[in-house]
Design a protein around this ligand. Sequence first.
Ligand code: PLP
Length: 389
Amino acid sequence: MTAGPAARAPEEAQAVYLDCNATAPLLAECAAAMAEEAATARGNPSSLHALGRRARAVVDAAREAVARLVGAAPEAVAFTSGGTEANVWALRAAFAGNGAAGGLAVSAVEHPSILETARDLERHGVALQVLPVDARGRLAPFGLEPGTRLLAAMAANNETGTLFDVPALAAAAHAAGARLHCDAVQALGKVPVDVVAWDVDSCAVSAHKIGGPQGIGALVTRPGLGVEPLLRGGGQEHGRRSGTENVMAIAGFGVAAQVAERDLAATAARMRALRDGLEADLLAALPDCAVQGDRERRLPNTASLGFAGVKGEALVVSLDAQGICVSTGSACSSGSGRPSHVLVAMGVPAGQLGGALRISLGPATTQAEVAVAVRAIVTAVRRLRALAA
Ligand code: PLP
């Protein structure tokens, strides 16, 4: 199965879906590839017979497509259950074997899969350094503590879209004798990801952020880097990650990677124009509205907005009632009632923290959908402000 033109599955045609950083709509091509897998007699990729060899070929083809998208060799890619497992694996592997020796540095705005694992490692004796960010979400100048073994820093922030300078971070880590693990889950498919040019030691990616299925991702590692398995058992993924491969999801990931590689430049330009227009329209229509993040170096699809005097949850509920799907911050912290750790780390003023909205566009987002969303947001913010007055 190869990629055809990008299209949305029919059930997603109804809503104005602007929450693609939480999960992107499943591409019709991926759904078709997965349906083909589901309809085909199944084999286990580890089986030697014909059906096993067929399943192995599906996994290998997808591995090649994912590897191409990140500029790696196929052997560098080990499939996981998603970005979370890839991040947890990279961190735990760095501190496996020799206990708590050496330190870990993470940026303050990492995904919870990094931050929570880092705190757990700290509870077990690993020295943890949390690197602060500035008001735009960029890493402030830092020096790694002596003995740092691993620096974990994301390529693109899931809430604000702010991009880190990954090659510079890799150089800083290597100069200090440390490795760099890069969470590229949000960068993938939206900006070029090149693990060789970036010189990262490991990199986490996930299918469902690029129109593939949920529950499948990969850890991409530098050739020769010994990575202790997180999951032991049957020795799949060349002994790196045990468990029978999720062939159907892997097939979908492979197709999503092909589509992303083919469409990235055109899609990014289109999304950037729509996102910039959306921000400009909202800023023009509403006072006390701010764009958060680094407006120069940002993902092309992400708008993080703060509306003073409004509760983000109330805004999301009001928009949902009109069929518009957006998020208050990261999906993980949505509904928790707590302000986003990313915006807190950036020092966003208290008045704007509660009214944070993340709007994230996808390849299929249209100008008409953006216009509907802008009108609905302006009306909802005015109404909620009037009620609060
Ligand atoms: N890293 C980042 C930056 C993310 O945005 C996410 C998902 O929200 C993850 C990691 C986790 O990926 P997954 O949902 O595949 O476990």
